[in-house]
Write a protein that binds this ligand. Structure first.
Ligand SMILES: [Zn+2]
Length: 195
């Protein structure tokens, strides 16, 4: 038995009218970074169709080293698919979306975080880094983190948004902009940053 049975039935319904999207550039020219929360699914909230936008999800929708790696690879892939013709800021926009009532907000509480670290074996620092207590503040910090990463292509732009669970509305906190300096090897060593 699997709890997937009712979902597989829904999939059969889906497949009846399905037509596959061709391999190509994301139609919306956007890559979404968002929380894994089941109340904040970007496909539903933003009305994304198949082929519109790659979506990267983790706890909080945080810009982690793994997320930066994925975006660096996506920029390479999109550049290849577009024949290397993209100008600065023109490959795609990365939209970082944090949300209100995020479950990671509990991790801002020291006692809760210590308990979570002991119970799961995860490093307390990693749990602290994923906390979203104030989504407007964390989304700004994560847009900066991505813009200052030496791995970010200068042909990519980054914006920040907050999804309000209570109203269903997404508001823009940080307008889209590209990294100012491009790749600077001297900037590659930052305190607390992995590479
Ligand atoms: Zn969340």
């Amino acid at each position: 038995m699997t709890r997937m049975i009712p979902l597989l039935e829904r999939n059969e319904q889906f497949a009846r009218t399905y037509s596959p999207a061709a391999l190509g550039l994301p139609a919306a020219q956007v890559v979404v970074v968002a929380c894994l929360d089941h109340r904040a699914d970007p496909a539903i909230v933003l009305g994304l169709q198949l082929g519109d936008a790659p979506v990267i999800r983790n706890a909080g929708g945080r810009v982690t080293p793994a997320v930066i790696d994925d975006i660096a690879f996506l920029a390479f892939l999109v550049e290849q698919l577009s024949g290397g013709q993209a100008a600065a800021g023109r490959l795609f926009e990365v939209a970082v979306i944090h949300h209100t009532q995020c479950g990671t907000g509990f991790l801002a509480d020291t006692a809760f975080r210590q308990h979570a670290a002991e119970a799961t074996g995860l490093p307390e620092a990693a749990l602290a880094a994923s906390a979203v207590a104030d989504p407007h503040a964390t989304v700004k910090a994560d847009v900066e983190r991505l813009l200052t990463s030496p791995l970010l292509s200068p042909k990519v732009s980054v914006s920040g948004h907050v999804y309000d669970i209570a109203t269903g509305l997404v508001t823009t906190t940080v307008d889209a902009r590209s990294p100012s300096g491009g790749h600077k090897p001297d900037d590659s060593i930052r305190p607390g940053y992995r590479r």
